[in-house]
Design a protein around this ligand. Sequence first.
Ligand code: DOR
Ligand code: ZN
Length: 346
Amino acid sequence: MTSLAITRPDDWHLHLRDGDLMAAVLPDTVRRFARAIVMPNLAPPVTTAKAAASYRNRVLALLPAESDFQPLMTLYLTDDTGPRDITEAVDSGLVFAVKLYPAGATTHSDAGVTDLSRCHDALAVMAEAGLPLLVHGEVTDPEVDIFDREKQFIERILAPLVDTLPSLKIVFEHVTTADAVDFVTSSRAGVAATITPQHILLNRNDLFEGGLRPHRFCLPVLKAERHRQAVLEAAVSGDPRFFLGTDSAPHPKSRKESDCGCAGIYSAHAGIELYAEAFADAGRLDRLEAFASHHGADFYDLPRNRGRVTLIEDPWRVPDRIEVPGGESIVPFRAGRTIRWRLDRS
Ligand code: DOR
Ligand code: ZN
C-alpha cells in the first residue's frame, strides 16, 4: 500500500456552524487538521470581537479533552464595520481575518456588504494591522450569468481593491475559474487563494449526473472542465499563493433536498483525503504537503504545525449520512461512494 506522511494540515476556510450541527461536524475536522479559519456566517453573523470570543468558547467546549485543535476566528464585514471593530478584533488576539460577503451572494450573506467603499476605513486599519481580508468573490448582480460572477467580481471589485489598498492582505476564497487563478498569479504580493476539494474534483456536469444533484451544489457553483483543470493546476503547482480551504459547509439533508436547496458541500469527513486523491491523480502527491500544511501558515504568519498525519491509499466507502443530534442528518461529499485515500488511524 502506498502511504504518505505529511505535516499536520490546516483548513483555511471552514464552516463549523453552531449547536447540534457543530457537535456533529467538529470531530471530523479535529481528526485531520490542527487549525481552521472558522467562517463567521452564523445567524446572526459574528461581527464583533466579543461575538467571536463567545463563538470560539462554544467551539472549545465541544472539543475532546485531549485535543489541541485551534479555531482561528474571523469577523463578518458589514457596511457598518468601523476601525474600532477592527482594532478590538486585533487586540483580542483571537481574530485572524475578516470575511467579505457581498450582500446576497450566498448562505447567510444578507448582512454582507452592499458597497465596499463604505468599509474603506475599516479596511485601511486591517491593512495597517496585517489582518487579512477573506473574499467571497462573486458579484450579486442578477443580470450577470451565474458562471461569470467570479470573473465579474475580479473586474468590478477585486482588482480595484488590490490597487486601492496596496498593503492589504487578501485571500481570494474558493477560486473556481482560470480567470481567478490568472488574477492571483499575476497579482502583487499579499494576494493568495484557497482551493476546495470539489472545485478540483468536479465540474458543472457533475451537478446534473443522471439528475439534479443538490449535494454537489455550492457557491461559487461548479464550473466548466477547463476551469476545473486550471484550478487543479494551481493547487498542484507548488505556488505558495494557493492553499487548502475545504469550505466544508454542512446543511441538514432536508434543507439541501428542498424546493430551494441551500448552497454548501460537506467535506470535512474527508478533508485531506479528497485532496490526496486529486493530487495523486495529477501525479503530484509530492506537492500535497506544501499546499495543505505550509503555504497557508506562511501566508498568515503562523508557525507551521509540528505533528504529522499519514495518508494511505486504501479505498473506503463514505457513509450515506452523518447523524446530527436532534434528528437531522448531513449527506457528505461522495456519500455511498469510494474515496481512494484514507487517514491512518494509528
Ligand atoms: O456553498 C457555500 N456554502 N458557499 C458559501 O459561500 C457559503 C457556504 C455556507 O455557509 O453554507
Ligand atoms: Zn465558505
